[in-house]
Design a protein around this ligand. Structure first.
Ligand code: ADP
Length: 170
């Protein structure tokens, strides 16, 4: 059980137990939301990521949030879109599922996701939103935990795509 909603905002401002970072496989920072999270968390976040030795696409690793309002950061590298026939959907679903499971294992009650892979990684927005909402819905239905899950869209177009995908699940 639990809940899901789409909001528009800046995930570095989220006052939640965990935010998810659209990381790359090095976990050593990058552009987009990853860069914003590292800037807001301060240099301790980079120092905490170094000994993690990277992370495979679709997997998830945890650090503290340091100077962020969020207590924890869950780092998950999404797939780079390569046309759709390179397991992109399966890998993106793994990101959401593994991040949710890690949050629950850590005792989180609230977790915020950015729109994984739809920035620099080029995953088509509507397709990504469909995978994300389906995976979150399935995970919540199977879970005994009361987890409040939010998708924090940076812009209105992204928010609309996830709202539509959620509504279309039926
Ligand atoms: P990826 O490399 O996984 O595609 P990006 O960071 O390039 O990740 O983009 C993922 C999404 O995160 C995009 O929709 C982008 O607009 C959004 N984004 C960028 N900064 C923030 C932020 N501070 N809060 C929430 N979303 C953000």
């Amino acid at each position: 059980m639990g809940s899901f909603e789409v909001i528009q905002g800046d995930i570095t401002q989220s006052q939640v137990d965990a935010i998810v970072n659209a990381a790359n496989t090095t976990l050593l920072g990058g552009g987009g939301v990853d860069g914003a999270i590292h800037r807001a968390a301060g240099p301790q976040l980079f120092a905490a990521c170094v000994p993690l030795n990277g992370c495979r696409t679709g997997e998830a690793k945890l650090t503290p949030g340091f100077e962020l309002p969020a207590k924890w950061v869950i780092h998950t590298p999404g797939p780079v879109w390569q046309g759709g026939h390179h397991h992109e959907a399966e890998l993106l679903a793994n990101c959401y599922r593994n991040s949710l499971t890690l949050a629950a294992t850590q005792g989180c009650r609230t977790v915020d996701f950015p729109s994984l892979s739809t920035g620099v990684y080029g995953y088509p927005l509507a397709a990504a939103a469909q995978v994300a909402t389906q995976t979150i819905a399935t995970w919540l239905a199977a879970s005994k935990q009361e987890l409040r899950v939010r998708l924090v869209a940076f812009d209105a177009t992204t928010a609309q795509a996830y709202r539509q995908a959620w509504a279309a699940l039926g």
